[in-house]
Design a protein around this ligand. Structure first.
Ligand SMILES: NC(=O)c1ccc[n+]([C@@H]2O[C@H](COP(=O)([O-])OP(=O)(O)OC[C@H]3O[C@@H](n4cnc5c(N)ncnc54)[C@H](O)[C@@H]3O)[C@@H](O)[C@H]2O)c1
Length: 313
C-alpha cells in the first residue's frame, strides 16, 4: 500500500472540488481520478495538473480501477446529487445501485486502505459499502456530519463573534433531516454555550438555538436552491478527514461508521464523534447526551433503519 496515494471515484462537483482541496493540503503525492464519464475525469485531471507549479507536487491523472489497488485512501463521491426539493434519502436506490457496481471493482483489486464515503445518503451508502466490501468496520466510514458540524460551529461563531475554531460543538445523527445538535456539551473554550452567549450579550437562548439548528439542518436545501449543488464545504471536510488519516492525528471528527452497541444502537452507520487515524474510524466515542438528545439520536437511527430495511444488502 502506498500511503502517499489516494483515489477519488466520481468527478462531479464534489469529487473535483475534493481533488482541488486535497491538492491545496499537499497530503498525497499521487491522486487518481475515476468517473463513469472518463472524459470528465481526464478534463478535471488536466485542469488540476496545470495548477501544480502553484501547489504541492502531486501527480493527478484519470485512471481505471487497475490503478487504485495500492491506494491508502479511496474517496467515493460518485452518484446522483439532490435536485431542488429532494431529500438525501430520495437518492437511496439510485446510489445503492451505483455502489453495487463500484465496490466489487475495488475489492477485486486487493485494496487494503480506507474507504471514505461521501455520496448521499451517506449513512446508508457507508453501510452498503461496508456490507458489500466485507472490510473491517474501521476501514469503511463516511464524511457523515463533519460538514454539518462545521456549519454549526461557523454559525455559532458568527452569532458570538468568536473564532469558529474555538467553538466546540457537534451535530450528530443522520447526515440529513433528522440530525441533531448536541447543545448539552456545546462550549467555547470550556465555557458552556449559554454562559458564553450571555458573556456576549445574548439572552434569548431558545430562539437562537432553534434558529441556528434549523439553519444548519437546512443549509444544503438553501444552497441547492441558489446554485444547484453544494461542494466547497464538503470538499474541505473531505480534506480535513483525509488529513487526520494520513497524519495519523487521532482527531475527533463526527464521521459516520458502524454502531455496535454504542448509544444503544446496532447495525447501522450514523455520525457521532469518532477518533480518526491511519487505522480509519479507530474508536467511536460515547459523549454525554441529555435525555432529549438521546431520544433524538434514537429517532434519527430509526429513520435510517427504516431505509435500510427497504434495501437488499
Ligand atoms: N456527504 C456530504 O456532506 C455531501 C455534500 C454534498 C454532496 N454530497 C453527495 O455527493 C454526491 C455527488 O454530488 P455531485 O454534486 O458531485 O454530483 P455530480 O452529478 O456533479 O457528480 C456525480 C459524478 O458521479 C459520476 N458517476 C455516476 N455513476 C458512477 C459510477 N458508477 N462510477 C463512477 N462515477 C460515477 C458521474 O459521472 C458524475 O461525474 C451526491 O450523492 C451528493 O448528494 C455529499
Amino acid at each position: 500500500m502506498n500511503i502517499q496515494k489516494a483515489a477519488i471515484i466520481g468527478c462531479g462537483f464534489v469529487g473535483a472540488s475534493s481533488a482541488f482541496s486535497l491538492m491545496q493540503r499537499g497530503l498525497f503525492s499521487e491522486l487518481v481520478l475515476l468517473d463513469a464519464n472518463q472524459k470528465k475525469a481526464e478534463g478535471e485531471a488536466m485542469d488540476l495538473s496545470h495548477g501544480r507549479p502553484f501547489a504541492h507536487p502531486m501527480k493527478i491523472y484519470a485512471g481505471t480501477y487497475d490503478d487504485i489497488g495500492d491506494c491508502a485512501l479511496i474517496i467515493i463521491t460518485a452518484g446522483a446529487n439532490q435536485k431542488p426539493g429532494e431529500t438525501r434519502l430520495d437518492l437511496v436506490h439510485k446510489n445503492v445501485a451505483i455502489f453495487k457496481s463500484i465496490i466489487p471493482e475495488i475489492t477485486k483489486r486487493n485494496f487494503e486502505g480506507i474507504l471514505m464515503i461521501v455520496a448521499n445518503p451517506v449513512d446508508i451508502l457507508t453501510y452498503a459499502a461496508l456490507k458489500i466490501s466485507g472490510y473491517p468496520k474501521e476501514r469503511v466510514f463516511g464524511s457523515g456530519t463533519v460538514l454539518d458540524t462545521a456549519r454549526f460551529r461557523y454559525l455559532l461563531s458568527e452569532h458570538l463573534n468568536v473564532a469558529s475554531r474555538s467553538v466546540h460543538a457537534y451535530i450528530i445523527g443522520e447526515h440529513g433531516d433528522s440530525e441533531l445538535a448536541v447543545w448539552s456539551g456545546a462550549n467555547v473554550s470550556g465555557i458552556h454555550i449559554n454562559d458564553f452567549c450571555e458573556l456576549r450579550g445574548h439572552f434569548s437562548h431558545d430562539e437562537a438555538m432553534e434558529r441556528i439548528y434549523k439553519n444548519v439542518r437546512d443549509s444544503a436545501y438553501e444552497i441547492i436552491e441558489r446554485k444547484g449543488a453544494t461542494y466547497y464545504g464538503v470538499a474541505m471536510a473531505v480534506a480535513r478527514i483525509a488529513e487526520s488519516i494520513v497524519r495519523d492525528e487521532h482527531s475527533v471528527l463526527s464521521v459516520t461508521s458502524l454502531m455496535e452497541g454504542e448509544y444503544g444502537l446496532n447495525d447501522l452507520c450514523i455520525s457521532v464523534p469518532t477518533i480518526v487515524s491511519q487505522k480509519g474510524a479507530e474508536q467511536v466515542l460515547e459523549i454525554p447526551l441529555s435525555e432529549k438528545e438521546q431520544a433524538e439520536l434514537k429517532k434519527s437511527a430509526e429513520e435510517l433503519h427504516k431505509v435500510l430495511e427497504s434495501l437488499d444488502l
